[in-house]
Every structure is written in C-alpha cells, then in structure tokens.
Design a protein around this ligand. Structure first.
Ligand code: T46
Length: 186
C-alpha cells in the first residue's frame, strides 16, 4: 500500500497493490492491519456505494456534524471521477483550502478524508460508481451541505458544462454561512 501525504494535513492518497494475472487483478481495497502498520488507526462502520449516470454529475460538498462526523475512504469502483476534500477545521493553517484528485477504476487510487473536511466529487465518465467507507453511520439530522462553487473556496472542478446536481446541492449555502464545528488538532 503506497501512501502519499497531500497539501491538507490528514488527507492521504492511497494506492493499494494490484496482483495481476491472466484473469485480471486482485487488490485488498481496505485492510485495517495494513493501515495500522503505517500508523493509520481507523475503523469503519458503513460502506456507501453510489452510481451517477451522467458524466458531470456532482455530489457535494457534504459533511456530518459531531457526534456523527465521518472520516471516509473513497475509491472509484467504475469509471472516473475528480474527488475533492476541503479543510473546515477552525484554526487550521489550511482552513478553507481544497485538494482534488482523479480517482478511477483504472488507477485504483483512494482518498482518505478525516473528520473536519467537506467531501464532494464530479464524475468524468457516464455510469461512474463510487464506493466509500465511513467511520460513523448516516445521521440525516447531522447531514450538511456547502455549495460546490463557493467563491470563498474556489474549487477548480475541471468542468466544461453545468453539473448535474441534486436539489439539495443546488440550494446549498456558502461555507461562510454555516457553523463549522471542527477544531484543528482536537
Ligand atoms: C449519504 C446517505 C444517504 N442516504 C439516502 C438519503 C437519500 O434518500 C439518498 C440520497 O442521499 P444524498 O442525496 O445525500 O446522496 P449524495 O448526494 O450521494 O450524498 C453523499 O455524497 C457525498 C459526496 C458524501 O460524501 C456523503 O457520503 C453523502 O453526502 O440516500 C442513506 O440512506 N444513507 C447515507 O449514508
């Protein structure tokens, strides 16, 4: 498992080893001991899987508030997507800053996103499927959204057309308008 730090403290890019043979490949998409051996002590309670039919479908920017805040391990099970994390930890030197990575079935890359970050992605191919593990269960009352095109964050989604959005995401407020209950280093 190759692990690469990103510009946001705590957000990591993971590359599981693929064992190829005449049939295709095998990879461990998550192994608690493998990550623990590299100092990452994390366990998950829920797996999510969504499929987006159109290229240019954008889901996010989302997070859950404590006590149901979620860390996520994100991968692309089919197709390709651009995955984004935004630091919303009060006091963080990178508060409001973002990182984005191309995750695809082909490259097998994963993004590990701790609590205290917004998460969103835009698909690059039709029928793209995302699979991600969460450290806390879904809690609708704690589910929050921030608008994907918040000029205060300034994410370059690499889009050439208007995204396909849920009504919730289309109506999401800017980051400055919501309470961000996370503290850097807590
Ligand atoms: C997230 C979630 C949703 N749902 C139900 C609630 C709705 O009836 C339906 C669609 O939910 P939503 O529109 O919030 O789904 P996404 O827009 O894909 O949201 C997710 O996308 C971003 C990128 C994330 O990182 C979060 O996991 C999550 O916010 O699934 C559940 O039953 N359990 C869940 O954990």
């Amino acid at each position: 498992m190759k692990i690469t730090k990103t510009a946001l403290d705590g957000v990591l890019l993971l590359e599981p080893k693929r064992f190829g043979d005449v049939r295709g490949f095998f990879a461990e998409s998550w192994n608690r001991q493998t990550l623990l051996a590299q100092g990452i002590d994390i366990d998950f309670v829920q797996d999510n899987h969504s499929m987006s039919e159109a290229a240019g479908t954008l889901r996010g920017l989302h997070f859950q508030t404590p006590p149901h805040a979620q860390a996520k391990l994100v991968r692309c099970a089919r197709g390709a997507l651009f995955d984004v994390a935004v630091d919303i930890r009060a006091g963080s030197p990178t508060f409001g800053q973002w990182v984005g990575y191309d995750l695809s079935f082909e490259n097998g890359l994963q993004l590990l996103i701790p609590e205290g970050f917004l998460h969103g992605f835009v698909t690059r191919q039709p029928d793209t499927e995302i699979a991600y593990k969460c450290t806390a269960h879904y809690a609708p009352d704690c589910d929050r959204a921030v608008r994907f095109d918040d000029p205060g964050i300034g994410i370059d989604w690499g889009m050439t057309c208007e995204p396909v959005l849920s009504d919730k995401d289309a109506a999401a407020p800017p980051l400055r308008a919501i309470e961000t209950p996370f503290v850097y280093g807590a």
